[in-house]
Ligand binder design. Structure first.
Ligand SMILES: Nc1ncnc2c1ncn2[C@@H]1O[C@H](COP(=O)(O)OP(=O)(O)O)[C@@H](O)[C@H]1O
Ligand SMILES: [Mg+2]
Length: 295
């Protein structure tokens, strides 16, 4: 599906994509999280996109905001795109996926961040929504944008931080009121850093944690199957999955373990189809199973 050109001068928008797009299906199918979590997310998204505009806010307040919270590398950003794609498939109609980078809003200068945030929510997003296509807006790592006012540090300008956070809250409320076809997905690696008033607006807050042994196993098999069709040592794989889960290796690092095993051996770099569970075990045992092991 075509990627829609970003209007020039619009800061904060990383990309706009029309979904469903077959190339995005992996973002849903290959992110391993509890099935009931996926089910809730999809049900919410279908309901919100289809019905939010018709509901009376006092009877059933639906803000059009879901938050995915959890440690880095657990699939939140990827799953957000997958969710929008799957919802578009489910609804049988196109959905615009708008990717916002909250880090793009400068906070150094008094008021500037607040003004650009206000412009995004009061002008840019309503303009996009006015195209009449259902729209999902990703506020990735929203802790950078809706900074928790109770914890704003003194190095940054607390007045500006407060104002920017207030602009986000007012902005989400404005879009909720005026753009019934828009639903937000916010992600955060640091829930305590997100303003409580933002979290309280969410219709659904879902925690995604480090993968358990069964999930690590599924991710390892999925990653290895990208490289080889050979039979895998099932006992060794289960033992490795247990160890990864016990040391809280995040899902991204589980996939990278396979890559690091390849980096350990020239023959695998040349022909990765020779990779085995034993190679992964050796790399894991050598302490190269996770990047942040030292911290
Ligand atoms: N739960 C998961 N299941 C399978 N792969 C995952 C999972 N979480 C992360 N990954 C892998 O790590 C990559 C980065 O994940 P990402 O969505 O950026 O995580 P987060 O946003 O939580 O930091 C994904 O594209 C995928 O390859
Ligand atoms: Mg992320």
């Amino acid at each position: 599906m075509p990627v829609i050109a970003i209007p020039p001068g619009i800061e904060g928008i990383v990309g706009i994509t029309e979904l469903p797009d077959p190339a995005w299906a992996d973002r849903w199918d290959r992110i391993v999280v509890a099935e009931d979590l996926k089910e809730r997310l999809l049900n919410y998204m279908v309901f919100s996109l289809r019905h939010r505009g018709r509901l009376r806010a006092v009877a059933l307040p639906v803000h059009g905001l879901v938050i995915l919270s959890g440690p880095p590398g657990t699939g939140k950003t990827t799953l957000a795109g997958g969710l929008a794609d799957r919802a578009a498939q489910q609804l049988g109609q196109p959905v615009l996926f708008v990717d916002i980078n909250p880090h793009a809003f400068p906070s150094q200068l008094l008021g500037e961040s607040q003004r650009s945030v206000a412009r995004l929510f009061e002008r840019t997003l309503p303009d996009l929504a006015a195209r009449g296509i259902l729209t999902v807006v990703l506020l990735d790592e929203v802790e950078a944008m809706a900074v928790n006012r109770s914890g704003a540090s003194l190095e940054t300008n607390p007045v500006d931080v407060h104002r920017a956070t207030e602009a986000v809250l007012a902005g989400v409320d404005h879009v909720a009121r005026t753009c019934p076809g828009v639903t937000f997905i916010a992600t955060t690696n640091h829930r305590a850093g997100v303003d409580v008033a933002f979290i309280s607006r969410a219709d659904l807050v879902e925690e995604i944690d480090y993968p358990d042994a069964a999930a690590v196993h599924a991710i390892l098999v999925d990653t290895l199957r990208e490289l080889t069709d050979r039979p895998l040592d099932e006992v060794g794989l289960r033992a490795l999955a247990d160890r990864c889960a016990a040391s809280q290796v995040d899902a991204r690092q589980v996939r990278k373990l396979v890559l690091r095993a390849i980096c350990d051996r020239r023959d695998l770099a040349v022909d990765p189809s020779g990779i085995s569970v034993l190679d992964l075990e050796q790399t894991f045992r050598a302490g190269r199973g996770r990047l942040e092991a030292a911290t």
